[in-house]
Design a protein around this ligand. Sequence first.
Ligand code: ATP
Ligand code: MG
Length: 252
Amino acid sequence: MSEPIFVAFATQKGGVGKSTLTTLVASYLYYNEGIEILAVDCDHPQHTLDTYRKHDFTVVAENPYLKKLTHSFFQKFKRKLYRILLTPPEDAVQVAKDYIAEGHEPAVVFFDITGTINNRHIVGLLAQMDYIFVPITTETGEMTSSLTFANHVQNKMLTTGNTRLKAVNLVWNKIPSREKTKLCETIDRYAATLGLHSLDTVMVNSTKFAKDGQQVGRTGMFRSTMLPPDKRLMKGTNLEALVSEIRNIIKV
Ligand SMILES: Nc1ncnc2c1ncn2[C@@H]1O[C@H](COP(=O)(O)OP(=O)(O)OP(=O)(O)O)[C@@H](O)[C@H]1O
Ligand SMILES: [Mg+2]
């Protein structure tokens, strides 16, 4: 079996979309493309992915439409939910390795990390990733913060050679269109002068990203740890293109 690829969506600012993109990409790879994945929730003590999973169980149990959908999905899928392991950042890699040593064979391990680099445990964890994707938005504070973070990882960590890191890529998130805006393109040109690259795919700003199931009604789930993103909700979000571009980079 080949070594699992360690991936993190990371940046120091909160609310840019790390946990959301982690869940969407992980769920799409697992439930739509059948790729074995493991999620390690090191966002200690918030544990966002675990909170999402608990929420998913609640809404599926309480909404008859989602319950039926989940039942028929798993009858065909014939596999369990992917695991979400909880750990403080300093133990995260060991926790993943122990899980793999038990005989599990994830092709990709996603680490959901707290937004900070002023912590040696988090820096140590980032250095053990194969690929880091840095969400960036066009909001000035978030944009500056993501560029500073990506520049630090690219030019202080990646180039020193003391890491597993193979590539750092910016990912535009919460963009008002399906294409890069003029501002994205201007910032891309500046980022390129720092040696930074951004993905071609941009993630659209849409209320769909918060659609994680309701207790009533027949609306599907977009961001779920238990089901693939609802096909109708996926339209116009660029999620398929994002997954495909990421698969090309991480070679999975
Ligand atoms: N493309 C998008 N369009 C609209 N809303 C989005 C998009 N991406 C993320 N969001 C929303 O932004 C909020 C913050 O996202 P998320 O929790 O993923 O950020 P985070 O970077 O993980 O934050 P933290 O650092 O606190 O862990 C959530 O309410 C999420 O639904
Ligand atoms: Mg988060």
